[in-house]
Design a protein around this ligand. Structure first.
Ligand code: NAD
Ligand code: IPM
Ligand code: MN
Length: 365
């Protein structure tokens, strides 16, 4: 039997709630395909800070690097919000992404027919939307130097960051995006702020130059402010979007709401080699943590992406995705995607329903 080592990083807030549920689904779907998954759970974020004094212990990064794939819940919480930069949960997550070299973050936002009513957009605008956001994940303003605090020449305190991209960083993320678009509907929209920012001017130049290697892909460019507007005006115009770290962060949260909820959006982060990192795009949701209210589907769908992109186990991935849509067909909804006429359930119950459905779909997949 094929067997893999998976690092589980539950993290903080609703992280442990959604990861516990996704782990069971992952494990079961794998088993049905003759795949054995061995799990090692490690600390990251606020829980790591409390236990070890740092947001990403060496032990966690070493375990992650040595495994076949990493499934993460979420990190962060009020308790650590005023910590110094190097002692923030978020810093641990950024160190993990950088440490694994996972520069390409795929965030699919597709409106499932079952959830059209959960979208805040009109039915005719939302239905059929199927967008893949390819977000650069290990560069840009999140990592650029110089950064820090200081004082300006008027004696005023300042905080500063640097948006910086090298040609090779742009080239490698654009390549991933062209390839992704090729497997989809062949349309790629590069989103930047090339009317103002030098880093975006280089971005647009490099993406444009690469287009000659992908003559079958229809490339367009859009400024990020317009893209934010177009996403709610007519989201169906988009197929694949490629953008920098911070624009991708913001636009993917926006795109998630078209699909009904941020609690639905999974992600896969991959590099040139080594294990991928799989996590929902949402955060630790401290406002609902510990109440069994979180939607676990984003993490369950991240587990499906782990199987597909991380392990090459396409059949097991499909089992999970089929079980999620079938569970929605059965009418089960967490609060964030609830609409009248459906059955309101908590995080655990949603997990149990998906698990039952994976079982019942055993023969058909
Ligand atoms: P958030 O994504 O945690 O929550 C935003 C809103 O969406 C909240 O109302 C929350 O209840 C809701 N929500 C999020 N996930 C949900 C789910 N699965 N089911 C139902 N509702 C859900 O964003 P925030 O409130 O801005 O940030 C909270 C903390 O999470 C901060 O510390 C932030 O830094 C961190 N964060 C972490 C990640 C990550 O780990 N990748 C991502 C985003 C934010
Ligand atoms: C995300 C989050 C993170 C990001 C934070 C918590 C560092 O918002 O995964 O989208 O900005 O990348
Ligand atoms: Mn985000």
């Amino acid at each position: 039997a094929r067997s893999y080592n998976i690092t589980l990083l539950p993290g903080d807030g609703i992280g442990p709630e959604v990861v516990a549920v996704a782990k069971d689904v992952l494990s079961f779907a794998g088993a049905l395909e003759g795949v054995e998954l061995r799990f090692q759970e490690k600390l990251v974020g606020g829980s790591a800070l409390d236990a070890t004094g740092v947001p990403l212990p060496d032990e966690t990064l070493d375990e992650a690097k040595g495994s076949d794939a990493v499934l993460l819940g979420a990190i962060g919480g009020y308790k650590w919000d005023t910590n110094e930069k190097h002692l923030k949960p978020e810093t641990g997550l950024l160190q993990l992404r950088a440490g694994l070299g996972v520069f390409a973050n795929l965030r699919p936002a597709a409106v499932l027919p079952q959830l059209v009513d959960a979208s805040t957009l009109k039915k005719e605008v939302a239905e059929g939307v199927d967008i893949m956001v390819v977000r650069e994940l290990t560069g840009g303003i999140y990592f650029g130097k110089p950064r820090g605090f200081g004082t300006n020449d008027k004696g005023d305190d300042i905080g500063f960051n640097t948006e910086v991209y090298s040609a090779s960083e742009i080239d490698r993320i654009a390549r991933v995006a062209f390839e992704v678009a090729r497997k989809r509907r062949g349309k790629l929209c590069s989103v930047d702020k090339a009317n103002v920012l030098e880093a975006s001017m280089l971005w647009r130049k490099k993406v444009t130059a690469l287009a000659s290697e992908f003559p079958d892909i229809e490339l367009s460019h859009m400024y990020v402010d317009n893209a934010a507007m177009q996403l709610v005006r007519n989201p169906k115009q988009f197929d694949t979007i490629v953008t920098n770290n911070i624009f991708g962060d913001i636009l993917s949260d926006e795109a998630s709401m078209i699909t009904g909820s941020i609690g639905m959006l999974p992600s896969a982060s991959v590099g040139e080699s080594g294990p991928g990192l799989f996590e929902p795009i949402h955060g630790s949701a401290p406002d609902i943590a510990g109440q069994d209210k979180a939607n676990p589907l984003a993490t369950i769908l991240s587990a499906a992406m782990l199987l597909r992109y991380g392990l090459g186990e396409e059949n097991a991935a499909r089992r999970i995705e089929a079980a999620v849509t079938e569970t929605l067909n059965h009418g089960f909804r967490t609060g964030d995607i609830y609409s009248p006429g459906t059955t309101l359930v908590g995080c655990k119950r949603m997990g149990e329903e998906v698990l039952k459905t994976v079982e019942s779909l055993k023969e058909v997949a």
